[in-house]
Design a protein around this ligand. Structure first.
Ligand SMILES: [Zn+2]
Length: 291
């Protein structure tokens, strides 16, 4: 699933393409993608796109007249901007992957596509005013690159959570924008075990975690900006990750083989030397097969 650096660069790219354009037509190809009923989607017609921004993993389009569209790509959602292929009200022949098409006043369109059989991506129409206090944005935690995210706030959040540290990092109610990949990257940077209880961290470990979050996401953002300088990001690049999806390869810090544990379709990658005091955890997928 796309995470903060990827979504932020996508938002910057979409802002450069869409700001100032007016929406002339909306085609909801897959009605199940739309999660709100009031205000209706048709309300967006005729409005201009004033601002494109990000809240956690959500992409927000603020339209003129106080209306906003929020998009969550989930794992396989994509937003593509290109020349329009839909004219007027005539129902076009579309692939099952097309969820939504927004036609603009300059002969371009935004296509919201979700690849594959699992349809989980989501579209919301919301009044801009008070939007962050409504579902689905209600309850989102702090932006890890924002000013409000301080070592003290992190300490307070950790004290509330008895789960494993990796899981804590992926919960959007504490810190937003971090998922399965960047939680591994952050914990490797901070030299902390993904499996330790969040509430059990020492003050030194909390300081290391804070630095790890800031440094990893700042660098990730810079590298994503460089990688996708001329075109929008299409796919999360594995080469910009240091340990996640690099199982069996040498740790970039110490050369130990990166270990991999899979649990509930989520893979965790870590360096046994740098992060878990030499301990290698059993891969539960493998133990299940051997049982
Ligand atoms: Zn290492």
């Amino acid at each position: 699933m796309p995470e903060l650096p990827f979504i932020q660069v996508l938002v910057e790219h979409l802002a450069s393409l869409l700001t100032g354009c007016t929406i002339t037509h909306l085609h909801l190809a897959s009605p199940s993608v739309l999660k709100t009923f009031e205000p209706p989607l048709s309300e967006a017609r005729g409005r201009s796109i004033d601002l494109v921004r990000r809240a956690g993993k959500f992409i927000l389009l603020d339209l003129s007249g106080g209306l906003s569209i929020a998009v969550h790509l989930m794992r396989n959602g994509r937003l593509r901007v290109g020349p329009t292929r839909v004219r007027g009200q005539r129902a076009p022949r579309l692939s099952k992957d097309v969820a939504f098409i927004m036609t603009l006043d300059d002969d371009r369109e935004v296509r919201f596509v979700e690849i594959g059989p699992k349809k989980r991506a989501a579209l919301y129409v919301l009044p801009t005013d008070g939007m962050l206090e409504r579902e689905p944005l209600l309850g989102l935690g702090l932006d890890p690159l924002g000013d409000e995210f301080t070592p003290d706030r992190l300490k307070g959040m950790l004290a509330l959570d008895s789960g494993q540290l990796k899981h804590f990092l992926t919960l959007q109610r504490y810190i937003t924008g971090i998922g399965n990949a960047f939680s591994d990257e952050i914990l490797w940077e901070a030299q902390l075990s993904p499996f330790v209880r969040a509430s059990k961290l020492t003050p030194e470990e909390i300081a290391a975690l804070y630095q790890g979050i800031r440094a990893t996401l700042t660098r990730g953002l810079e590298e994503h900006r460089q990688e996708f300088e001329d075109h929008g990001p299409a796919k999360e690049p594995v080469k910009l990750l240091r340990v996640h999806r690099h199982g069996g390869e040498p740790c970039p810090r110490c050369g130990t083989k990166i270990a991999e544990v899979a649990y509930a379709e989520r893979e965790t990658y870590y360096c046994p030397s740098c992060q878990t005091g030499g301990k290698v955890y059993a891969d539960r997928r493998l133990s299940r097969l051997l049982r």
